[in-house]
Design a protein around this ligand. Structure first.
Ligand code: PLP
Length: 356
C-alpha cells in the first residue's frame, strides 16, 4: 500500500511523476533507450534541459526579465559557497539572516570568503521565530535569507526591501506560493524538497549581478560559465533534471503556482486548526511565522507518544518524527501531498483524543 509520506526530504512527488519517470527509465520517448543510458548531448535530453529551464522562469514569472535558470549538482549546500564566491568582493562583506540550521550552515561558508554580518538571529530561542526589524548594511555585496526553515517549521511571510542584491535559499518552499520573484537576484533550491529526486539544485540568477566581484572563480563554481554552457558545462544529473521537469509540468497543468498555493493553504489550515483545537497537541513554531510546508508540533504530554506513534503508523503515515533538534513531529506537506493524506493524519489526532 502506498504510504502517506510526510518526509522532509527527499520527499513525496506527484504519482504521475513516479509513473512517467519509471517509464522513462525503461524506454525514454520510445527511443528504445533508457533515460539512464542516453547522452546528455542527445537531442532528446537537450530538449528536456531547455524545457525545464524555460518552464522554471515561466512558472516564477521571470521570463524576459534578465534571469537564467540552471540545474546544477552538489546540493543546496554547494550554493552556500558558490554564492559568496560569485558575489562577495575581495575585502567585501555579505549580510545574512540567521533563521535556522541551514541559514547558519550558509553563514559558515560565507565566512571563508570575507566579512559576514549576521543582521539578526533567532538561535537563542532555538529558531522558533523569524527575526524581524533588522537593518541590512547598505554597503553589503548581497543579503542572504532562507525563505522556509525546513527543520524548525518557520517561513518568511515578507522579504526586506533593500538596494543590495537579494539571495534566497528556497529549498523547501520553491513553487509553493506566489510571491514577487523578481525581487530576488539569486534563488536556489535543492530539488529533493519540493521539485524532484535528490541530485540537482535549481539556481535562478539575474545575470547582470555576475562578473562584478573581481575574483578568479574555479570553472565548476562559476555561475557565468554554467550559464554560457546552458547548464551543460559538465554532465548534468540527467535523471533528476528529467523528473524535476515532470514536476514542473504537473504544476503548470494544475494552474501554476497560484493554484498550488491555494491547495497548500488549505492543507496547512486543516492541520494547524487541529493542532490548535486538540488539547493533546501544540505547535512548535511562533504562530505568525508558521510554515505552510513543514508543520512542526509536539504532544502536550509526551507520555502519549507511544500510543500516537502506533496509531499513525497503522494509518499508513510515514516520515512524521521531528528533527532531533526540535523533537516531536514534523509533517512536511509539500506541493505533491494530497489534502486527503492530511485528513488521514488529522483523523488519527482526533482518534488519539478519543482514546485517551
Ligand atoms: C535541505 C536543505 C538544504 C540542504 O540541501 P542539500 O541539497 O542536502 O545540500 C539547504 N537549505 C534548506 C532550506 C534545506 O531545507
Amino acid at each position: 500500500m502506498k504510504k502517506h509520506n510526510y518526509s522532509a526530504g527527499p520527499c513525496i512527488l506527484p504519482q504521475e511523476v513516479f509513473d512517467k519517470s519509471a517509464q522513462a527509465i525503461l524506454d525514454f520517448n520510445n527511443s528504445g533507450l533508457s533515460i539512464l543510458e542516453i547522452s546528455h548531448r542527445s537531442k532528446d535530453f537537450v530538449a528536456v534541459m531547455d524545457e525545464a529551464r524555460a518552464l522554471v522562469l515561466n512558472l516564477l514569472g521571470l521570463e524576459g526579465k534578465g534571469y537564467q535558470a540552471l540545474f546544477l549538482a552538489g546540493g543546496a549546500s554547494l550554493e552556500f559557497l558558490m554564492v559568496p564566491y560569485n558575489l562577495m568582493k575581495e575585502n567585501g562583506k555579505a549580510a545574512y539572516l540567521d533563521s535556522g540550521t541551514w541559514a547558519s550552515a550558509a553563514i559558515k561558508e560565507a565566512k571563508l570568503f570575507g566579512e559576514t554580518v549576521i543582521v539578526a538571529s533567532s538561535k537563542e530561542d532555538n529558531y522558533t521565530y523569524i527575526p524581524k526589524g533588522y537593518e541590512i548594511p547598505a554597503d553589503a555585496d548581497y543579503f542572504h535569507c532562507t525563505s522556509n526553515n525546513t527543520i524548525f517549521g518557520t517561513q518568511m511571510k515578507t522579504f526586506p526591501k533593500t538596494n543590495v542584491p537579494l539571495v534566497c535559499d528556497m529549498s523547501s518552499d520553491i513553487f509553493s506560493r506566489d510571491i514577487d520573484f523578481s525581487q530576488f537576484d539569486i534563488i536556489y533550491a535543492g530539488a529533493q524538497k519540493n521539485m524532484g529526486p535528490a541530485g540537482t539544485t535549481l539556481v535562478v540568477i539575474k545575470e547582470e549581478i555576475l562578473g562584478k566581484n573581481g575574483r578568479t572563480i574555479p570553472s565548476m563554481l562559476d555561475y557565468a560559465k554554467h550559464i554560457k554552457a546552458e547548464s551543460m558545462f559538465n554532465t548534468p544529473p540527467v535523471f533528476s533534471v528529467y523528473a524535476s521537469l515532470l514536476t514542473l509540468k504537473w504544476i503548470k497543468e494544475k494552474g501554476g503556482i497560484p493554484a498550488v498555493e491555494k491547495l497548500n493553504n488549505a492543507k496547512a489550515e486543516l492541520l494547524y486548526n487541529e493542532i490548535d483545537r486538540n488539547p493533546l497537541f501544540k505547535g512548535a513554531a511562533n504562530v505568525e511565522d508558521r510554515s505552510n510546508m513543514n508543520v512542526t508540533f509536539l504532544l502536550t504530554n509526551p507520555e502519549h507518544a507511544e500510543t500516537f506513534d502506533k496509531m499513525w503508523k497503522e494509518a499508513g503515515v510515514s516520515g512524521l518524527p521531528g528533527h532531533r533538534s526540535v523533537g516531536g513531529y514534523r509533517a512536511s506537506i509539500y506541493n505533491a501531498m494530497p489534502i486527503e493524506s492530511v485528513q488521514v493524519l488529522v483523523d488519527v489526532m482526533q482518534a488519539l483524543e478519543k482514546a485517551i
